[in-house]
Design a protein around this ligand. Structure first.
Ligand SMILES: [Zn+2]
Length: 237
């Protein structure tokens, strides 16, 4: 069942195609109470979510700060890692999390597969970050015009193991719920696939489920817009 916030998310998404999508999506992010106005450096007291929001604002305005890549930080990072967020996203070369969230070495624990698909190996990686590295925020992020989703929507014949990705998408109940006649089917499927990933994390991992229940972990969905370089988020869960 789609929750209200995803409906809001989808509503905003549909507006994009009718009017000026880039302005509306950016407004969704910028109007969030955690959003930081202006281009400021990352502060240690910011929440993980706020760090991502402000970092994406830097990227959106083409004014990245490029934090945490100085020599002192690199030397410290060589001893241990303390990432503040897990980002599950597509392998697409245009959606590099460290760039679009303007983060540096050791800041993000990233899991990338084509179509941001999640299997047992990906779950294990996420659990490691949560259980052993103490990460408090997981973001499942899809993106505009995702090639993996597009291949599924267009019914392409997929060779080799690419077929595994298409078959996995076919089995997602969230995607099955989208009418074949939907004029915005590709982008609706991108969002549905994010919803599916969130459900997987909630239901297929006891480690994640328990931390969510205790309030020790947050899990949110997101969509990256290739045209205006902004990330829009669903409500934190
Ligand atoms: Zn993609």
């Amino acid at each position: 069942m789609k929750n209200l916030h995803f409906q809001i998310f989808k509503f905003a998404h549909s507006l994009i195609h009718s009017f000026s999508l880039s302005i509306i999506l950016f407004a969704l992010v910028a109007c969030h109470p955690d959003s930081k106005k202006g281009l400021i450096s990352k502060a240690d007291n910011e929440s993980p979510y706020a760090k991502l929001v402000s970092g994406n604002e830097h990227f959106h305005h083409l004014k990245p700060v490029h934090p945490d890549v100085d020599l002192q930080h690199l030397k410290e990072a060589s001893k241990s890692q303390h990432p503040f967020a897990v980002i599950v996203c597509c392998s697409d070369s245009r959606v590099s999390p460290e760039l679009i969230f303007d983060q540096g070495v050791g800041d993000l624990f990233v899991i990338r597969t084509a179509g941001n698909m999640i299997g047992s190996l990906e779950l294990g990686s996420i659990e490691y970050a949560v259980e052993h590295l103490g990460v408090k925020l997981i973001v499942v992020m899809g993106h505009e015009n995702c090639g993996a989703i597009k291949a599924f929507v267009e019914g392409e014949e997929a060779p080799g193991h690419i077929k595994d990705i298409i078959d996995s998408l076919k089995g997602e109940s969230e995607i099955k719920a989208i009418p074949l006649t939907d004029k915005n089917r590709l982008e609706e499927c991108v969002i549905a696939n994010v919803q599916h990933g969130i459900k997987q994390l909630k239901t297929q991992s006891n480690i994640i489920h328990e931390k969510l229940e205790k309030g020790e972990l947050k899990l949110i969905g997101a969509r990256y817009d290739l045209d205006d370089f902004t990330v829009s988020f669903t409500k934190q869960q």
